[in-house]
Design a protein around this ligand. Structure first.
Ligand code: ADP
Length: 495
């Protein structure tokens, strides 16, 4: 890496679905200090998921203050923000107070609004501009819901008194003491209001989703001057020089900087993102075309598929059913049995994502017999993650793109059994990096670039190191038989 300043220290804020973290990286990409705060989930109704934005802010200040204190404010060169995407916050520009809890990406409350937009025949136009399917997942209908359900919000929004942001934008606003209302091209691309080809908010989309333009942030490249931190917060005016949505940051952190490289993240949800270079590849299989990153005004695109429930199924086994005490125990259960004996879990708790996009589907465990034990069910939950990944990869291949490199990360990537089963089911080598904090590392790289510490991302590729490669070892007929069983199970849960 062309390090202008080898002593540079970059602070990455990683505001995820289940936690808020701060990490300080040195110029070689090593973590020097870190701090974390769990984020409580709020479930007001079936299918609804909210976060308290004020709590997110408090946690962000706390984790940043902790690491900055440990390392010394004078040593921090710049900071970057990466975040759970699509989650929508609206706040008052005068007071900075959110008008409602943030509506989280997983939330399905706007399913009927999406249905009516589809029934009006608008889906093709929306997909052509945004690369996205019409689904409650994205911010646009969440914004509309907030404006219609918080008293006086729509009028206040039209009068310019409110601001919308994804979490990056909300944190940037707060960090700069209310001076900067901006976001980056990756987060903007997930609102469903942004034209990913022209790289602007689009009036026709604003009209369809009934979102006043006055609510929206400015959209910047992923690396550059976003603003400076209010010195009252951490004792120094630290520049904020990098922002990217979590999956996009992870793509950079995994050094998937060339077409054909895919990173698959397995956290609460699962996200696989394939770099398609300067070409926005439209999907015939209802995958998402999105901005991978934008640097110096040049957009690199990606094809993305999401799994709504990946680690969340393991959380449910742990917290909902009490079948395991800790998530890593799922690996012991999977190894304790030779197979699931025909048991499949389809964890469609909040509907099915790509390539099915079925908001009405609900989960099921099928193939139970009197011999089914806890280990079979736990193993079926892990296997489901791999089958869902194969669903996505087959859809990408059908869109005519070649996948040549698979790099994994996220909490579940620590599970060796799961990674081997993934390689077996995909019939591809799976590479796990030595540095698994790819999301935070990715935005630290972007922030370093934005601060002039690095001159380009090129050397990120040469610094990437594998911890372990998992080679496929399953016979083709076993793989096909297992996958056929999965497809049958999915058919049974469709809404
Ligand atoms: P997020 O960023 O979405 O909050 P993480 O990447 O921190 O998620 O991953 C946490 C998820 O991974 C949880 O759902 C947890 O149940 C699951 N998880 C963590 N470790 C393991 C493991 N060894 N095996 C299976 N699942 C795991």
């Amino acid at each position: 890496m062309c390090a202008v300043n080898a002593d540079a220290r970059i602070l990455a804020i990683d505001q995820g679905t289940t936690s808020t973290r701060a990490m300080v990286f040195d110029a070689a990409g090593q973590v020097l200090v870190q701090a974390q705060h769990e984020l409580p989930q709020i479930y007001p109704q079936d299918g609804w998921v909210e976060h308290n934005a004020e709590e997110i802010w408090r946690a962000t200040v706390e984790v940043c203050a902790t690491v900055i204190e440990q390392i010394g404010p004078e040593t921090v060169t710049a900071m970057g923000i990466t975040n759970q995407r699509e989650t929508a916050v609206i706040w008052d520009r005068d007071t900075g107070a959110p008008i409602h809890n943030a509506i989280v990406w997983q939330d399905r409350r706007t399913a009927s609004m999406c249905r009516s937009i589809r029934e009006r025949g608008l889906e093709a136009e929306i997909a052509a501009r945004t690369g996205l399917v019409v689904d409650p997942y994205f911010s646009a209908t969440k914004i509309s819901w907030l404006l219609d359900n918080v008293q006086g919000a729509r009028a206040a929004a039209e009068a310019g008194r409110l601001a919308f942001g994804t979490i990056d934008s909300f944190l940037l606003w707060r960090l700069t003491g209310g001076k900067v209302h901006a976001s980056d091209a990756t987060n903007a691309a997930r609102t469903q209001l942004f034209d990913i080809h022209a790289q602007v908010w689009n009036d026709s989309l604003l009209e369809i989703f009934q979102v006043p333009r006055a609510l929206l942030p400015e959209v910047h490249d992923c690396a550059g001057e976003f603003g400076v931190c209010d010195p009252a917060l951490f004792g120094r005016a630290i520049p904020i020089t990098g922002i990217a949505g979590d999956q996009h940051a992870a793509l950079v952190g995994q050094a998937c900087l060339h077409p054909g490289m895919v990173k698959s993240t397995y956290g609460t949800g699962g996200f696989s993102m394939l770099n398609t270079g300067g070409k926005a590849v439209p999907s015939d299989n209802r995958l998402l075309t999105t901005v991978a990153y934008r640097l110096n005004g040049k957009t690199t695109y990606a094809l993305e598929g999401s799994i709504f429930v990946a680690g969340a199924a393991i959380q449910w086994l742990r917290d909902g059913l009490g079948l395991i005490d800790q998530s890593p125990q799922s690996e012991d259960h999977a190894r304790a049995v030779a197979g699931t004996e025909g048991v499949y879990m389809v964890p469609a708790f909040t509907g099915l994502g790509a390539p099915y996009w079925d908001a009405d589907a609900r989960g099921a465990i099928v193939g139970l017999s009197r011999d089914t034990g806890v280990s079979h069910i736990v193993r079926a939950a892990l296997e489901a993650v791999c089958f869902q990944t194969l669903d996505l990869f087959q859809a990408k291949a059908a869109d005519g793109v070649v996948l040549d490199t698979v790099r994994v990360d996220g909490g579940m990537a620590e599970n060796d059994w799961l990674m081997q089963f993934l390689a077996d089911i995909l019939d591809l080598r799976v590479e796990r990096p030595a540095m698994t904090e790819t999301t935070a590392l990715g935005v630290a790289n972007l922030a370093a670039l934005g601060a002039g510490v690095f001159s380009s991302l090129d050397d990120v590729s040469t610094r990437w190191r594998s911890d372990r490669d998992f080679e496929p070892a399953m016979a083709a007929e076993d793989r096909e038989q297992l996958y056929a069983g999965w497809q049958k199970a999915v058919e049974r849960v469709r809404g």
